[in-house]
Design a protein around this ligand. Structure first.
Ligand SMILES: [Mn+2]
Length: 431
């Protein structure tokens, strides 16, 4: 039995207040869905088995280029971060794994991470390397790049850092490495596009050689920031080239915030699925750029359309289709635990809505060129309030019917606020 950070009695008491309303809502939605030939219990069962990884950096308060405003009871180290991640999973039953970031989560003996996570009933998802900032005492600076740097010594240091991430990951049961680099340029002419990308590919090939046989490597594209004129891995086309150059263990990671405005991200997802190179996601949301806001808080329809492609691939039994689901957010004005609870729920909501799309009808409308009804078929699913399905999936898995309410009732934040002093800065960041 995993150690429980929130007393089971608190969750049970909150659930007791809500159960009869949930049963009524679930029954009503079940009747509605059954008229369309959908069994609500089947959908709830699939939702209960859909999981998303929480980023260790997400449980601390983030910041912007301008300032960081610390919150109460922020995690002081990776062990505190794992405790907070356990709270999110205990309440949502949707986040059993954590994505680590080196060096922010570096410890003397990584096996201590494994035993702490084991006690909490958590496991580890993809490892994240960091060659976009300089760690204290580092010999060569990444100011002008890392894996694509003009200096071979700097590139070698960046390669070795990624290999260290693999070695830590092996000790704690991770099976993937995510590489995102800040390499790029601020001005036309500052770097040579071709030579930078050649150097990047050569560096990545060195890392790829060290990847264990049962691991995958994810590369993450981003069109701008911190470099404001060009980045070395700027879009999904370049990302696809990387994955094909490296080999069968290399896949593209789609961070929802890393595209130009108005890019049809769901279509990018469809292409990567078709050519068997979709590695997974960094879920978040944005209004203007890489805002790293809570998933589904700005563009829930876009999130649904992404999941529509994922469920379509599931439905068609697409080959090599096993994307990793991870959240990548920065929480500046909310309690990070509450934001991550909400985000995990929104991801499951988009999945549930995509599951109830009438795919036979949709295909029929597509084949007969009925644009209006094809569009309405998607909108019908999106308009359906699937909250009773999400709540029932949580409840039946031992979680909370209303996880934010149960979290607030538990007083967890105030309790840890007494143990963890406020720090003005610390290992948070926006990636
Ligand atoms: Mn990301």
């Amino acid at each position: 039995m995993a150690e429980q950070k929130i007393r089971a009695g608190v969750i049970a008491a909150d659930n007791d207040k809500r159960l009869s309303a949930l049963n009524a809502d679930y029954e009503a939605l079940g009747a509605k869905l059954s008229r369309g030939g959908i069994d609500i219990d089947t959908i709830a069962g699939k939702v209960a088995e859909f999981f998303v990884a929480v980023p260790s950096w997400g449980v601390g308060t983030g910041g912007t280029r301008f300032a960081r405003f610390p919150g109460i009871g922020e995690p002081r180290n990776i062990f505190d971060k794992l405790d907070d991640c356990a709270v999110i999973h205990q309440l949502t039953r949707a986040t059993p794994s954590v994505s680590l970031h080196i060096p922010w989560d570096r410890v003397d003996d990584p096996r201590r991470l494994k035993s702490h996570a084991d006690a909490l009933g958590l496991s580890f998802d993809a490892m994240n390397s960091n060659t976009f900032s300089d760690a204290p005492g580092q010999e060569h600076s990444y100011k002008y790049g890392s894996l694509s740097h003009a200096s071979s010594a700097t590139r070698q240091q960046a390669i070795e850092h990624n290999i260290e991430c693999i070695e830590v990951g092996k000790l704690i049961g991770s099976k993937a490495l995510t590489v995102w680099i800040g390499d790029g340029s601020n001005f036309p002419g500052q770097t040579n596009f071709t030579r930078s990308f050649e150097r990047y590919l050569d560096s990545m090939k060195e890392i790829y050689k060290r990847l264990p046989g049962d691991w995958r490597i994810f590369t993450e594209h981003k069109m701008y920031e911190p470099a404001f004129y060009s980045t070395v891995v700027q879009d999904w086309g370049t990302n696809y080239l990387i994955a094909t150059e490296l080999g069968e263990k290399a896949y593209c990671l789609v961070d929802l915030g890393h595209h130009a405005p108005n890019v049809n991200i769901e279509m990018v997802v469809a292409r990567l699925i078709q050519f068997r190179k979709l590695g997974g996601f960094h879920f978040n949301d944005s209004k203007y750029g890489d805002d790293d806001l809570d998933t589904g808080s700005i563009e829930p329809y876009r999130l649904f359309l992404v999941f529509n492609e994922l469920v379509d691939a599931e439905y068609r039994k697409a080959r090599d289709f096993h994307p990793a689901h991870m959240i990548d957010q920065s929480h500046n004005v909310t309690d990070p635990i509450e934001s991550l609870i909400r985000s995990a729920n929104e991801i499951r909501r988009a999945y549930a809505q995509a599951l109830i799309v009438d795919r036979v009808a949709l295909e029929g409308y597509q084949e007969s060129n009925d644009a209006l009804m094809a569009s309405e078929t998607l909108k019908n699913a999106f308009r359906t309030d699937v909250e009773p399905i999400l709540a029932m999936a949580r409840f039946k898995s031992g979680g909370a019917i209303d996880p934010v309410a149960a979290y607030r009732a538990s007083g967890y934040r105030a309790t840890i606020g007494k143990e963890r002093p406020i720090v003005a800065s610390g290992g948070g960041g926006i990636i």
